[in-house]
Design a binder for this molecule. Sequence first.
Ligand code: G6P
Length: 447
Amino acid sequence: MKSKGLKIVTIGGGSSYTPELIEGFIKRFEELPVKEIWLVDIEEGKEKLDIVGNLAKRMVQKAGVPIDIHLTLDRRMALKDADFVTTQFRVGLLEARAKDERIPLKYGVLGQETNGPGGFFKALRTIPVILEICKEMEELCPDAWLINFTNPAGMITEAVIRNTNIKRVVGLCNVPIGMEMGAAKLLDVEHSRVRIDFAGLNHLVYGLDVFVDGISVKEKLIKLLSNPDKSVTMKNIHAMGWEPEFLKALNLFPCPYHAYYYKTREMVEKEIQASKEDGTRAEVVKKLEDALFELYKNPTLTEKPLQLEQRGGAYYSDAACRLIHSIYTDKKDIQPVNIKNDGAIKGIPHNSAVEISCIITKDGPKPIAVGELPVPVQGLIQSIKSFERITIEAAITGNYETALLALTINPLVGSDKIAKKILDEMLEAHKVYLPNFFNRENIILSS
Ligand code: G6P
């Protein structure tokens, strides 16, 4: 790293989450000397970039830290000599997400941002873009760290691991920190005293054990979690209590997204009902986001507004700053991140991405190996990892049959006939963002 201060580049800089990222760098400035932050977006996001970028400038000015904030649509110029590149972009914006959520529901299948057909199509739209960004990084900032929290974060990180020369890539999610905060609340202790051993996949991670001051409290937590109105969830996931006997037998701390797999019927019914009432999550979030940008426009606003914590992705950006800080200072603390498996979880391919507790060093996260996962969860993890690997292949090749295969084997779809109907309708709905499917050249898939 350069001693003259770090260059941070954020692709998707016009995101409503950006103020949390800026706040994260401001509060760590003493130990993390960021000199410049480049917020990058595309033409369609220029207005949002200007609004949130000017707030970012007011935030650093108010804090009195000498960080230069640059706003640009020129990604290549921004990437030159970057030290850290964070990615937080949404191809097709919330309008595309609303289609991801609404169309599958017509067929009685879960419509959700990162799971089922919604997660599949978000991956199809996103993977070609992240691979382009990586090509530019290989040329313009080959030594930079890529910190990806573009969803579906695990799949996107794996696409980079297996299809680019970027060796310094880490995927991030806020679900683990959400689980820690939720556990701390239920146990009525300070969040800082809670530590969870995480292992699994992104948005499918399990707490293998839960500690308060180093003492396992998993049994106590599982009892608390069985109380119907005491569930740990995120702002974007309907809270439903777990059956006590199920949770006791599972003997693990499930993440909020497990509800889509262990409560599928109820969750699909809930989503169908919500889509008829307040709208799908993306439609609800669109209103939240518009209100946030109205707030951000206020020239007297000089800090991250609390309303941002209404978004499910709250604490994502702080997790990113915490990770960057630990890499930069070689802190060797433990953080849950998405990283190349390399045998840490037995049964998952070595070059696949897993979400796991890691020791964070200047050379990057070192996974704390868990070996075999408990038998009750091996099947779900394997089936989702198969789905993820075939999805990545479909995203790169643009091959229709591969896409149909991926959708059909997804445990939330489970019908080739319905998968085909959903695939045909959603390919058409997202056509403009799927060049690999609609103006195909010969795309060679790397190993
Ligand atoms: C969760 C997930 C994120 C996801 C977010 C959606 O926190 O961890 O990956 O993007 O919620 O939140 P939203 O407010 O957009 O529904």
